[in-house]
Design a binder for this molecule. Structure first.
Ligand code: NAD
Length: 296
């Protein structure tokens, strides 16, 4: 079993750290929120008073933070992870951040004699709690091999996407598909409604026809066909509109920087920005169906 420093105990990081404890690892935790730390300590984790303490004398440091600027600020500087980790420690960043920030973070780590992987996650808070997340990992073969057993304590699909930044690239490409497909499925249900076609019938047919996709069959945006989807609990997140917007913005930044043409991704970003700006940023992202239905 490994010694692990864990930084960032939010909606995703909290249950992920708890699963590492359950898997038998020796985990010490740090977060700016004292409540989040207290909850993890109740679950059997040790408490670190600072980032530096969380990073020192451990084999792995896992970070699950909101954005790239948080990851770089926690990694960098005299009180940061990199300056305080012992040689050979492997840094695992499971935040969703810019590809460039992920590459920069791993360069800083490698220059200091540390291992580093970007390992963003898919599966939402339910997957984090159940330990069934998908990890998309960017880094060297050696660092991936070292990180894999730790990731297996938190997820069921651990995929090596390529070198540093490739995990983040996979994450934003996947979530661009998700954002676009959720809007497409929502439009289809709203068209069906106006044509007098029953939602359940559209679901039964499209889930067996060429319109089949995850946004339809696992996360259906209208109540009824998929009992576990947020549509059946008044669109409580789930995966919030603002989280989807963040990922679509990252995809558009990467498209602009790399010269890719992603017009549907750009439109999805605009529609989610519109919905967020109208006060719905905290709702589940499938609630965009209500905007397409004309609801305020
Ligand atoms: P969150 O806001 O719930 O948690 C972030 C945590 O980081 C908070 O507890 C906060 O106090 C802590 N934090 C912020 N700055 C810190 C610092 N300098 N030092 C220590 N702790 C600090 O966010 P979340 O929903 O857990 O998401 C975390 C990451 O996972 C994000 O990058 C997000 O895009 C990604 N993600 C989230 C989901 C989801 O469904 N929520 C799914 C996939 C990926």
């Amino acid at each position: 079993m490994a010694t692990i420093g864990f930084i960032g105990l939010g909606n995703m990081g909290g249950p992920m750290a708890a699963n590492l404890v359950k898997a038998g690892h020796d985990v010490k935790v740090f977060d700016l929120s004292a409540d989040a730390v207290a909850k993890a300590v109740d679950g059997g984790a040790g408490k670190a008073a600072t980032v530096a303490e969380a990073a020192s004398n451990v084999e792995f440091v896992v970070t699950v933070l909101p954005a790239g600027k948080h990851v770089l600020s926690v990694y960098d500087g005299p009180d940061g992870v990199i300056a305080n980790a012992k040689a050979g420690t492997v840094l695992i960043d499971s935040s969703t951040i810019e590809v460039d920030a992920a590459r920069k973070a791993s360069e800083l780590a490698r220059a200091a004699g540390l291992g580093a992987v970007d390992a963003p996650i898919s599966g939402g808070t339910a997957g984090a709690a159940a330990g069934t997340l998908t990890f998309m990992v960017g880094g060297s073969d050696a660092d991936f091999a070292r990180a894999k057993p730790i990731l297996e304590g938190m997820g069921s699909n651990i995929i090596h996407a390529g070198d540093s930044g490739a995990g983040q690239a996979a994450k934003i490409c996947n979530n661009m598909v998700l954002g676009v497909s959720m809007i497409a499925v929502s439009e289809a249900f709203m068209l069906a409604k106006r044509l007098g076609l029953d939602a359940q019938k559209l679901f039964d047919i499209s889930s067996k026809a060429s319109g089949q996709c995850w946004s339809l069959t696992s996360y259906c945006p209208v109540p009824g066909p998929v009992p576990t989807s947020p549509a059946n609990r008044d669109y409580q997140a789930g995966f919030a509109v603002d989280m989807m917007l963040k990922d679509l913005k990252l995809a558009q930044q990467a498209s602009a920087a790399s010269g890719a043409t992603t017009p549907m991704g750009a439109l999805a970003e605009s529609l989610y920005a519109l919905y967020s700006n109208s006060g719905h940023g905290g709702m589940d992202f499938s609630a965009i169906v209500k905007m397409l239905d004309g609801e305020k």
